[in-house]
Write a protein that binds this ligand. Structure first.
Ligand SMILES: Nc1ncnc2c1ncn2[C@@H]1O[C@H](COP(=O)(O)OP(=O)(O)O)[C@@H](O)[C@H]1O
Ligand SMILES: [Mg+2]
Length: 440
């Protein structure tokens, strides 16, 4: 099928899937591309929206170097059809799809023009798959909310599980109530994949009250790793090849899961249209009850907080993870907290507390961290009310607090303040969780 030719519309809406995960390097792009190619190889019409802002994005992985992306369409320099890349088995790719978020900042006529073009485009396909960037940025969260099925890629690395957990938590807090599917990538075998899933599922059940769906595992595979370097995806190998075959199994699992979900009446473009209408109707603080809330208030603060998130993620994704780097990331975040203590910031701290290797810290670092935690406690609940309200201190939404993990907030504050400066942080963590088991 040629991207520029008029194509018959799909009488149904396409099935829409977001390949996502809280962390970079877990294999989202590899999975999105190989899955899309496998579905296309089975004669389905597949559109891959490349929303990854990484250098190693979908186009690069198939050796295509787009000259134009969605940004050019939005600038009015070309039509949506003009940027579509076609690769093996007629798979179509939209490069720079993360830019759809920027439609919100355009005038209503302009954004409508692009969303209408996207709407017409997606209706030509059986599957629309999006590869999202890592992290908790609004564009990625919206991409997940816009699709029927979120397939979260995790690996046996514990940091990928805490990141995925945070992502699920942030999504749910913002009103997302579908069940994510979990795909365990780089597993050594079926039993490891299962047990990784079970760890995440147990945490989600215990702390978020939901059971996750197990989509299966993809093995750690040298052929797959090499295929990225050679720009020849494994989905192009003979079906009998084990590296290729596992994506056929994944495609089967996906179809089974999709058959269990009700078809959505609206696609991705319709979702964005809804968001854009809502944002232009309520530009200031008021947050309506949308599928996924965006923080339209205090954009500068939000940006700082998101930058902090990005910094933390950049540090955390370095391997091997050095406790000192984590500590540095924390201190930077704490420094920012004076004005950005919002729910996202609290989220990061909780995730960080959960994955911190307290026992490896030197006594001086433990001491420093104890001081920072005490400062943090002061910010959650100041000791003295200031005599006059501080104009520079913007009031953000009630921060989300994970009571299940850390007990009542008053108690946390008391515990943090009452610890002597030389407290062992192992003890502190135990007191935070209210028992001797810590967080799972
Ligand atoms: N199952 C796997 N086995 C071995 N290497 C993998 C596997 N999946 C991904 N990789 C490698 O991990 C790296 C990151 O993959 P990528 O798809 O770019 O991740 P992400 O999009 O999540 O950042 C790439 O070098 C890729 O070849
Ligand atoms: Mg990627």
């Amino acid at each position: 099928m040629n991207a520029r030719e008029p194509v018959k519309h799909n009488p149904n809406q396409p099935r829409t899937i977001a390949i996502t995960g809280g962390k970079g390097g877990v294999g989202k792009t590899s999975v999105a591309l190989n899955l899309a190619l496998t579905l296309a190889r089975r004669d389905s019409r597949v559109l891959l929206l490349d929303g990854d802002t990484d250098l190693a994005n979908v186009s690069i992985m198939v050796g295509l170097y787009p000259r134009k992306t969605l940004a050019n369409v939005m600038a009015g320099e070309c039509r949506l059809e003009d940027i579509i890349l076609e690769t093996d088995y007629g798979l179509h790719i939209v490069p720079g799809a993360s830019g759809v978020q920027e439609c919100m900042d355009m005038g209503p006529t302009e954004s409508l023009r692009i969303l209408r073009a996207l709407y017409n485009l997606e209706n030509r396909y059986d599957y629309v798959i999006t590869d999202t960037a890592a992290g908790l940025q609004a564009a990625g969260l919206h991409m997940i909310a816009a699709t029927e099925l979120a397939c979260m890629v995790v690996t046996p690395d514990p940091a990928s599980l805490t990141d995925a957990f945070s992502l699920i938590k942030v999504l749910r807090r913002r009103g997302y109530n579908r069940i994510p599917s979990i795909l365990v990538n780089m597993a050594q075998g079926a039993s490891q994949a299962r047990s990784v899933f079970q760890r995440l599922d147990a945490a989600a059940q215990r702390h978020l009250g939901i059971s996750l769906h197990y989509m299966g595992g993809i093995w750690r595979d040298e052929t797959l790793r090499q295929s990225v370097l050679n720009q020849k995806p494994v989905a192009l190998l003979p079906v009998s090849d084990p590296s290729c075959r596992q994506f056929h199994t994944l495609a089967d699992m996906l179809d089974v899961r999709l058959s269990q979900l009700p078809r959505r009446k609206a696609g991705i473009a319709a979702y964005w249209h809804k968001v854009s209408k809502r944002e232009s109707a309520n530009p200031p603080k008021a947050l309506s009850k949308p599928e996924l809330q965006t923080e339209s208030e205090a954009p500068a603060l939000k940006e700082r907080c998101l930058n902090a998130v990005g910094e933390i993620e950049a540090v955390f994704s370095q391997a091997p993870v050095d406790p000192l780097l984590r500590y540095e990331a924390f201190t930077r975040l704490f420094a920012l907290l004076g004005s950005t203590l919002d729910s996202d910031a609290i989220e990061i701290i909780q995730t960080g507390l959960g994955s911190f290797q307290w026992e490896n810290l030197s006594p001086e670092r433990k001491h420093h961290l104890a001081i920072h935690l005490r400062e943090l406690a002061d910010q959650i609940s100041p000791v003295r009310e200031p005599a006059t309200p501080e104009p520079a201190q913007p009031v953000l939404r009630e921060p989300f607090y994970d009571r299940i993990s850390f007990g009542e907030q008053d108690r946390l504050v008391r515990v943090l303040k009452e610890q002597p400066a030389d407290i062992s942080l192992d003890q502190l963590l135990r007191s935070l969780s209210g028992n001797d088991q810590g967080r799972s």
